[in-house]
Design a protein around this ligand. Structure first.
Ligand code: GTP
Ligand code: SPV
Ligand code: MN
Length: 608
């Protein structure tokens, strides 16, 4: 293809690829969106320096003090663009039934027409970046490639942290490798001479997946999961459809490695809804002597049965996009050590006078800072220094407890899967499923109080199946059936055991009953004890739950009655859950698998 046919690419420039489909798509998008320039991102340090400098000049970024956080930046967003927008998230399957009730649906042809009009001329006055990336190890047998086209420099540098981005991914694309097309625009064209704003975005937002075409179209937001399209859009919504078709799982799960005092190794995957503790558990520092945790991933797991019959997990990401508030040297020292090394991007946090970041919950409250909205802030200020969904974006390989096998394309064999949510009542600290199908029922009926990670009323309890409600790329009933089928097709002895945890139960004074964070190692120890047949539990109507005596509580200073209360299975509270589960299943309709209806009947009978 002649370069002149890509508008925006200089006459003397040659595209760094001969991938015909990619070049044709780049040209088509450039013709539609009319950027001033087209740039192929190579992922180099020089490119990072160029773009971060440009972001500082544009007022989007503030460079932090290099003596404290080298090569790091704060970028504060428009106050209207701070989280995922579930009400604007669409699964545009050809058949509406393939979307179901967990996301919004529009006919794909209609959506393409609507969004094409939005995209027309939308990059005017801006640079269009072509960003090749790979989710999961580049060395995989068939690496999962994508290309994001974006008009946001913030997205390009964030993609460098979060994915294997640039020249290496482009090389893997070769001349004809398949890839996910991911188109992103801020929806903020600039007229000739029009001054830019620090955080361009549009009031109109669409986060659209076309599952059959393995394609993503995002418009109007520059933030996180709305704009970094390798993350939720590709690695969960599109990948869950690939996984259904190919017999694997794409899940909203952390992956950790647990090493016992006897040096026995177990890998654990855990699904908690957004802002419910995955990053913290993934980087846990055990409080019980002799136990160690190493991290493999904090948000997404792709799991496939290996030749050995074990379910093996790979983290498709390359960085952490973690919740900032509440992160401190006590709750998550390993996250603090990771960001301390620099090379990190912070969004919607406070900027201290010495050029460092600060957020609610961090040690060393400063006397003064500039808050995420650019206002002066001091202790006692009414406003928060940081948005509750403010984030740090930091390279995974800076994590001091990264497991050495983190980049292994074979993945790690999972011994246990934890589901969990944020519930002030009802749900005990930990509960073991009787078998795979019961575990799938636990996941399918997972409930959690909503957090600031998406729009909506914080605190409202909703069902969040497998912590995937905003991320399932197809019908949730079919998704449950897929989970059941995978279990049926596997060797039962080799399947991971399933557990359900709740770190967030509260007492009469609204205090958390369980201390959480590093103390969660005590629950992990019990889980391993269950796998190895050494830990005891009581059979309750909802599953196998430990008594306080079954947990290692040595050295814990919390009141014994709080710990005991965290473990209670209250039959009346659980009876009150039944209509909520029935309502949830009714909403899904005919596609609820028979196996899960059976589990609900069993639960009702057991509750009496
Ligand atoms: P996403 O990145 O949105 O998917 O979230 P995540 O699941 O990784 O959540 P994260 O680990 O960042 O935790 C979110 C919030 O929950 C933070 O404010 C934590 O401080 C808090 N949190 C995490 N673990 C615990 C715990 O064990 N107990 C309590 N009480 N709070 C916790
Ligand atoms: C989540 O909301 O679950 C996140 C952050 O991990 S985002 O990338 O914005 O989706
Ligand atoms: Mn997440």
């Amino acid at each position: 293809m002649s370069t002149a046919s890509i508008p925006g690419l200089g006459d003397t420039e040659t595209p760094p690829t001969q991938h015909a489909e990619l070049l044709a798509w780049v040209r088509e998008v450039a013709e539609l969106t009319t950027p001033d320039r087209v740039v192929f991102a190579d992922g180099s340090d020089a490119e990072w320096d160029r773009l971060t400098t440009r972001l500082v000049e544009a007022g989007t970024f503030t460079r932090l003090n290099d003596d404290i956080k080298p090569n790091s930046f704060i970028g504060n967003s428009d106050p209207s663009d701070v989280a995922r927008v579930e009400s604007r998230t669409y699964i545009c399957s050809r058949d509406e039934a393939d979307c179901g009730v967990t996301n919004n649906w529009m006919d794909p042809t209609e959506m393409r027409a609507v969004m094409t009009e939005l995209y027309r001329g939308c990059m005017a006055g801006r640079t269009m970046y072509v960003v090749p990336f790979c989710m999961g190890p580049l060395e995989a047998e068939s690496p999962k490639l994508g290309v994001e086209i974006t008009d946001s420099e913030y997205v390009v540098v964030s993609m460098k942290v979060m994915t294997r981005m640039g020249a290496a991914a482009l090389e893997k694309l070769g001349t004809d490798a398949p890839f996910v097309k991911a188109l992103h625009s801020l929806g903020a064209p600039l007229a000739d001479g029009q001054a830019d704003v620090a955080w361009p975005c549009n009031e109109i937002k669409y986060i659209t997946q076309f599952p059959e075409d393995r394609e993503i179209w995002s418009y109007g937001s520059g933030y996180g999961g709305n704009a970094l399209l390798g993350k939720k859009c590709f690695s969960l919504r599109i990948a869950s459809v690939m996984a259904r078709d190919e017999g694997w799982l794409a899940e909203h799960m952390l992956i950790l490695k647990l090493i016992s005092p006897e040096q026995k190794v177990h890998y654990v995957a855990a699904a908690f809804p957004s802002a419910c503790g995955k990053t913290n558990l993934a980087m846990l520092e055990p409080t019980i002597p002799g136990w160690r945790v190493e991290t493999l991933g904090d948000d997404i797991a792709w799991m496939t049965f290996g030749d050995d019959g074990r379910l093996r997990a790979v983290n498709p990401e390359f960085g952490f996009f973690g919740v900032a508030p509440g992160t401190n040297w006590k709750t998550n020292p390993n996250a603090m050590r990771t960001i301390e090394q620099g090379n990190s991007l912070f969004t919607n946090v406070g900027l201290t006078d010495d050029g460092d970041v600060w957020w609610e919950g961090m040690e060393g409250t400063p006397e003064h800072l500039v808050d995420w909205k650019g206002n002066d802030w001091a202790p006692g200020s009414e406003a928060l220094s940081s948005h509750p969904n403010s984030r740090y974006c930091t390279p995974m390989n800076q994590c001091p407890i990264l497991a050495p096998e983190w980049n292994d394309p074979e993945g790690v064999p999972i011994s246990a899967i934890l589901f969990g949510g944020r519930r002030a009542t009802t749900v005990p600290l930990v509960n073991e499923a009787r078998d795979w199908q019961h575990g799938v029922f636990m996941g399918a009926t997972l409930s959690s109080e909503q957090t600031a990670a998406a729009e909506g009323a914080v605190g409202t309890v909703r069902r969040d199946p497998m912590a995937m409600i905003p991320f399932i790329g197809y019908n949730v009933g079919d998704y449950f059936q897929h989970w059941i089928d995978l279990g049926k097709g596997a060797d039962a002895d080799k399947l991971p055991k399933i557990f359900y945890v709740n770190w967030f139960r509260r007492g009469p004074e609204k205090q958390f009953l369980w201390p959480g964070f590093g103390e969660n190692s005590r629950v992990l120890k019990w889980v391993i004890g269950r796998l190895e047949g050494t830990a005891a539990a009581v059979e309750t109507p909802i599953g196998h739950v430990p008594t306080a005596a079954d947990l290692d509580l040595d050295g814990l200073t919390e009141p014994a009655e709080d710990i005991e209360a965290s473990l209670v299975v209250d039959v009346d509270e659980w009876k009150a859950e039944i209509p909520l589960i029935e309502e949830w299943f009714a909403k899904i309709g005919d596609k609820v698998p028979t196996g899960l209806r059976d589990e609900l009947e069993t639960l009702k009978q057991r509750l009496g």
